[in-house]
Ligand binder design. Structure first.
Ligand code: NDP
Length: 338
């Protein structure tokens, strides 16, 4: 049983030294437990926050040093002492960065037969659900309005933009690099996409939004938000989903305090800016999301791009790359053959 543990807490961007690959015995399930074999491991930006000493408010604790990195997985039940699960069952679980894990079954969701089970970690799972709730319940896009989303080809952003198009909005993406921008327009159907590395990024974004921005789905924060703020319209909605530009920062940025600019914009433009944590919404909202999303994907109205990495041993590099924009689509590690 291979597992990747947190070897040391990172300072800034994690390095390979923050992780360690260990070999342990395959655990044996006790009464009520199942033994899971990991097939696919999801890599997600929130994992960076769990590596810090002080956990984010939405998590009960951070990862203890020396413990396996946590993570959502598609797993196969290989042994069961729980009447609800049989060997061979495919489940969505939280086995983390390891080959095998035990579960009491409470956190498992049966997947039945899925053509592409790894989609349960991306386009039919948590990231797409995040896009659906944040955009529709908080962003409330109307036909003809302009919706802007960054990390536009990523797990959440790609779905935000495509749903916004389905709702009749004009969609402008922001992504890192020409290839991603081309994909956003040509494959995902965005109206425009601006490269955040372009020296003239702010001016190009303004030019792509001649009627201002009605919904800004906030995935990244940082310099992108600086460029967006002056373009927001009166009555704009800003679902605050993530701010990945800050996840590796240990100190506040230097320079003048621009908080008054934000406060004045919020007030004068009557902007509604609302954070949300997707964990809060599963009970009342997941089934409706899955029904609608399954339909859209089946009908070819939404395209999902998976960025697959082979081998558990490559998870640390793949995760560090995710935090730097080296992923192109939903990043998933294939740990074992189905
Ligand atoms: P992505 O697949 O979008 O991957 C992360 C992307 O972020 C990178 O590919 C890169 O895209 C972009 N990025 C990285 N660093 C920066 C930076 N400094 N400035 C601007 N962009 C940057 O990840 P997810 O779709 O899984 O997550 C997107 C966001 O949603 C994250 O902030 C995440 O924390 C948040 N999230 C929040 C949830 C909630 O419950 N609130 C649930 C799930 C996700 P590029 O190089 O193309 O710009």
């Amino acid at each position: 049983n291979r597992r990747i543990v947190l070897a040391a807490r990172p300072r800034g961007l994690p390095t390979p030294e923050n992780f360690r690959l260990e070999e342990t015995a395959v655990p044996t399930p006790g009464e009520g437990q199942v033994l899971l074999r990991t097939l696919h491991l999801s890599l997600d930006p929130y994992m960076r926050q769990l590596m810090d000493e002080v956990p984010p408010l939405y998590a009960p604790s951070s990862v203890p040093v020396g413990e396996a990195m946590p993570g959502g997985t598609v797993s196969r039940v290989v042994d069961s002492r729980n009447a609800q699960f049989s060997p061979g069952d495919l489940v969505l679980g939280n086995a983390g960065w390891q080959d095998y894990a035990l579960s009491d079954g409470q956190d498992l969701m049966p997947l039945g037969r899925m053509a592409q089970p790894s989609l349960a970690l991306g386009g039919l799972g948590m990231p797409a659900f995040t896009a659906h709730v944040g955009l529709l319940d908080i962003g409330e896009p109307k036909p003809g309005e302009t919706v802007v989303v960054a990390a536009a080809t990523g797990a959440v952003g790609s779905v935000v933009g495509q749903i916004a198009r389905l709702k009749g909005a004009r969609v402008v993406g922001i992504a890192g690099g020409a290839d991603k921008c081309r994909h956003a327009v040509e494959v995902l159907g965005f109206d425009a996409c601006i490269d955040r590395h372009d020296p003239a990024f702010a001016a190009r974004l303004a030019a792509a939004c001649p009627e201002g921005i009605d919904v800004y789905f906030e995935n990244v924060g940082g310099e992108v938000f600086d460029a967006v703020l002056p373009l927001l319209n009166i009555g704009a909605r800003v679902p605050v989903c993530g701010h990945i530009a800050d996840y590796n920062s240990e100190t506040l940025p230097t320079g003048p305090n621009r908080l008054p600019l934000l406060t004045a914009a919020l007030l004068q433009k009557r902007i509604r800016m609302q954070g949300f944590v997707i964990l809060d919404h599963y009970g009342e909202r997941f089934d409706a999301f899955r029904r609608e999303m399954d339909e859209w994907v089946e009908a070819g109205k939404i395209t999902l791009r998976e960025d697959r990495i082979d081998g558990l041993e490559n998870a640390p590099d793949a995760f560090i790359g995710l935090l730097q924009g080296r992923n192109f689509g939903k990043r998933v590690v294939r740990v074992a053959e189905a």
